[in-house]
Design a protein around this ligand. Structure first.
Ligand code: OGA
Ligand code: MN
Length: 288
């Protein structure tokens, strides 16, 4: 069987069929997947059944992996696997329980953000037979294209400040008292600066690289003007016309190209309904 790519009925995303990610992929299958990722930005593989080592092997085909700075949530035996989960053991969270509460791209608060992430669903909450905890993906390449020409001209060359602390302060302001950032995480992830227009290294498309969760403010501009511009730009990033909404099934592997997309997790479930996924994170390249 050859690997088949079926675009979603959505502006981005495709399902990859006829592939068992537990096996070592041949070169042709891998290249088909790699090309589909560049074209569709989000890939969904249904009905997978992976061990930690199999997820790591598949992930490493795309390059080096990285362990998450919130190291308390990394898999105890495989630090390159981040546990994304609301599950608690002995009263403690065993994974990152509020990943994706705001629109974001993974690790935009690092000088070198990740190239992509791979999320494998092991437990998914349900209500009345329907899955809860959907993940939304938006194209920030399409968001850039949709900007008015004068806005494109205005943001050309501008930079912004990105920080993990910004996200945590938002969480605390929104009532999550547990979301305090450890000193270790603050040291590993000091705030950083990126250009707000990026170019995709493979497709060459321009990307609107600001996000709700991690972009603290636009630089070299009066604060109020910068916040107003940021708000306007963010409205383009999350516009429903550019979104694929993933409804999870156990066994799904969802992989995304991190630079030209943003994602948001819908927190519409809580314990005792369990959600448990493994994430691997692909190391990126220095940005423009
Ligand atoms: C992530 C993330 C969203 C989700 O793992 O990077 O944002 O729905 N997850 O779990
Ligand atoms: Mn994320």
């Amino acid at each position: 069987m050859t690997v088949t790519i079926r675009p979603m009925d959505a502006p981005i995303g495709a399902e990859v069929q006829n592939v068992d990610l537990a096996q070592d992929l041949d070169g042709e299958s891998f290249r088909t997947i790699e090309a589909a990722l560049a074209e569709h930005s989000v890939l969904v593989f249904r009905d997978q059944n992976l061990t930690e080592d199999q997820q790591l092997r598949f992930s490493r085909r795309f390059g080096d992996l990285e362990a998450h700075v919130l190291s308390q949530y990394n898999h105890p035996k495989h630090p390159e696997i981040l546990i994304v989960s609301n599950v608690k053991e002995n009263g403690e969270h065993i994974g990152i329980y509020d990943a994706g509460r705001y629109w974001h791209t993974d690790l935009s608060y690092m000088a070198v953000p990740s190239k992509g992430s791979i999320l494998y669903a092991i437990e998914i909450p349900h209500k009345d037979g329907e899955p809860l905890g959907d993940t939304l993906f938006a194209s920030s390449a399409a968001a850039y294209d949709a900007l008015p020409d004068d806005t494109k001209a205005r943001i050309d060359g501008l930079s912004a400040l990105y920080s993990l602390d910004h996200r945590h302060k938002k969480l605390v302001a929104d009532g999550d008292a547990e979301a305090v950032l450890s000193d270790e995480a603050k040291t590993k992830a000091p705030e950083c600066v990126h250009h707000i227009v990026q170019r995709h290294p493979v497709t060459g498309r321009k990307i609107l690289y600001v996000n709700e969760g991690q972009t603290a403010g636009i630089l070299d501009m009066p604060a109020e003007e910068g916040q107003a511009l940021l708000k306007e730009l963010l409205s383009y990033c999350s516009d429903a016309s550019r979104v694929y909404r993933h409804k999870w099934r156990v066994g799904d592997v969802v992989m995304w190209d991190n630079l030209p997309t943003q994602h948001l997790a819908i927190a519409d479930y809580e314990l005792p309904d369990r959600r448990y996924l493994w994430r691997t994170t692909l190391r990126g390249q220095p940005m423009g």
